[in-house]
Design a protein around this ligand. Structure first.
Ligand code: CP
Length: 346
């Protein structure tokens, strides 16, 4: 493992991650990627610790990859699903968390449909003065930090597998396309990708990319206005973020295209005329990729609506699609996160 000082106790957001922290995660994940290529894919790092996956909202890849990551680090794992828990009898979220605390949990990995729940549990653990770390596994429309980090790792290891680091993305053009309004993945990726010096272009219909969205990223991080750019405009220094209500300017010469799921379960009103029109205008297809760099790669955090945000054939095409690599990277990156916040607890 890289020798480093890691001071972050909880991982709740990427908004205040430093370049050193990104590189530490990337390099630690690269070490675990090597471990995962061995015949014996297990290390004793978190032996004796308990990792509880508290998932109050459905998940396939995040829950399972945190579980396998914890097991590869020799931790004991507990898996909670709200639908089969005592929450169905009225138990509160905080009482559920305290119940897991009382069973000796060291790390809580939390997913919830409401933004802020992992932060609230982390605050409660701190108030109680216990050394439990909280990892946000996706909260509402707020953030999904481990997804942002595994996307970063997937891209950086493609460029330099032996030495992934964020400076590799400086000057790269990355398009994030789709349901940005509802996407916690987009929010975490915007923090990490703009921190790397990549030029980040967001593209969606106005209903899924409202103008106020830019304020969220501009307020704390830069005093410069962020351009709304149906037409090309010069980049903002420090955090080059562009918003487009058309696909073409976002895709033109892009090195990476990150497409997002239409989150129908979070849409409270009719935001689109039809899925067919959406696919025509914003769905990513092989033909539309001809606007991009010849070696462009496509990412999607999953789960995917095949034929809506991405064509089914493109999703399965290993020449362009990094979707399976993202899932594989997720295990090494989540091992890195559990290791960084968990080592030193015993
Ligand atoms: N990307 C992601 O969070 O997928 P799951 O909902 O399956 O965990």
């Amino acid at each position: 493992m890289p020798t480093t000082t890691w001071n972050r106790h909880h991982i709740l957001s990427l908004a205040d991650f430093t370049a050193v922290e990104y590189d530490t995660v990337l390099q630690t994940a690269a070490s675990f990627q090597e471990v995962l290529s061995r015949r014996t894919k297990k290390v004793p790092t978190l032996q004796g610790q308990v990792v509880a996956n508290l998932f109050f909202e459905p998940s396939t890849r995040t829950r399972s990859s945190f579980e396998i990551a914890a097991k590869r680090l020799s931790a004991d794992t507990l898996n909670f699903a709200a639908s089969t828990s005592s929450m169905t009898k009225g138990e509160t979220i905080l009482d559920t968390a305290k119940t897991y605390l009382a069973m000796g949990t060291d790390i809580m990995v939390i997913r919830h449909r409401e933004a802020g729940v992992p932060n609230a549990i982390a605050q409660e653990m701190d108030r109680l003065g216990v050394r439990v770390s909280v990892l946000n596994a996706g909260d509402g429309q707020h953030e999904h930090p481990s997804q942002g980090l595994l996307d970063l790792f997937t891209i950086c290891t493609l460029i330099d597998p032996a030495n992934p680091r964020i400076e590799l993305l400086k000057g790269k053009k990355i398009a994030i396309v789709g349901d940005i309004l509802h996407s916690r993945v987009a929010r975490s990726n915007i923090w990490s990708l703009t921190a790397s010096g990549a030029e980040v272009h967001l593209a969606a219909p106005p209903t899924l990319l409202p103008k106020f969205f830019a304020d969220y990223f501009s307020e704390e991080t830069t005093n410069s206005p962020i351009p709304i750019a149906p037409y090309p405009q010069p980049p903002v220094p420090h955090r080059p973020l562009f918003l487009h209500w058309q696909l073409e300017p976002a895709l033109r010469d892009a090195d990476f295209v990150m497409t997002l799921r239409l989150q129908k379960e979070r849409m409270t009103t009719h935001l689109l005329p039809s899925l067919r029109e959406y696919h025509q205008l914003f769905g990513i297809t092989r033909h539309k990729l001809t606007l991009c760099q010849p070696d462009v790669k496509v990412l999607h955090p999953g789960p995917v609506n095949r034929g809506v945000e991405i064509s089914s054939d493109l999703m399965d095409d290993p020449e362009f699609s990094l979707i399976q690599s993202q899932v594989t990277s997720g295990v090494a990156v989540r091992m890195a996160l559990l290791y960084l916040i968990g080592s030193g607890k015993v």
